[in-house]
Design a protein around this ligand. Structure first.
Ligand code: PGA
Length: 247
């Protein structure tokens, strides 16, 4: 199964549910609907409303992050995996580069993964190198560290999805070549196999994915889907990605 995950970041108000409704009607009538899963991660303010709507639909709702304490704490503005799960989310992103830049280190990320799993949230764990690391040919070293410092063999592999998002590609329109991306995806799967001794993790790509760039990447069968930022805020752009992927 492939994943199309829309990360709304700081976007959306209650009436933005119309975007979800349009995506839902597209999916209902899509002949390829059995081949993929759609997950939308709106801001925290919309999770409960969106999750209630999607309860009877095929779309899944997730959070963009969760706090590294659980279930409750005295940290102002923090929201735990327990609280996110309680309003109907099924997934959470963890380790997005935005949040790593704000201070999420491997120790904190591991706590987040542990609490999310404990609360039966599926995890989309984001990894990726920055421009300088890429230039210095450190990509694989960085990815390996990001994976092995956080993931443990005892975590349930069925609840974890990896999203490879090179930081230099997020929101910039810059893309890895298909050859580069295929190679990195295979390497990521190898690293995971070393931790888990099994070959079953979905690995997604994220960074400037839209209706055009998806055409380049659909040939890479190792890629199990996409984490989509900017283009997920428009139902048309998001639907175009799915349409072009199966065209
Ligand atoms: P983008 O963002 O699609 O706008 O590049 C991807 C992400 O940050 O998840």
């Amino acid at each position: 199964m492939k994943y199309f995950i829309g990360n709304w970041k700081m976007f959306g108000v209650p009436k933005s549910i119309n975007i979800l409704k349009k995506i839902n009607s597209f999916q209902l009538n899509d002949k390829n609907k059995k081949k993929y899963r759609i997950v939308i991660t709106p801001p925290l303010t919309l999770i409960e409303k969106f999750a209630a709507y999607s309860k009877t639909k095929k779309i899944f709702i997730g959070s963009q992050n969760c706090y590294h304490k659980d279930p409750f704490s005295s940290n102002t503005s923090a929201v735990s995996a327990h609280m996110i799960k309680s309003v109907g989310a099924k997934y959470t992103l963890i380790g997005h580069s935005d949040n790593r830049a704000e201070g999420d280190n491997d120790y904190i990320l591991k706590k987040k993964v542990q609490f999310a799993l404990k609360n039966k949230l599926k995890i989309i764990f984001c990894i990726g190198e920055n421009k300088i690391e890429k230039k210095n040919k450190k990509t694989l070293t960085i990815l390996k560290k990001q994976l092995t410092n956080v993931l443990e063999k005892k975590f349930n592999k069925n609840d974890i999805i990896i999203a490879y998002e090179p930081i230099w590609s997020i929101g910039t329109g810059k893309l890895p070549t298909a050859t580069e991306l295929r190679k990195i995806t295979i390497q990521i799967k190898k690293i995971l196999k070393n931790i888990y001794k099994k070959n079953t993790f979905p690995v997604l790509y994220g960074g400037s994915v839209d209706g055009n760039s998806v055409k380049i990447f659909k040939e890479i069968e190792e890629i199990d889907g996409f984490l989509i930022g900017g283009a997920s805020k428009s139902s048309k752009k998001f639907i175009d990605i799915i349409k072009n992927y199966y065209r």
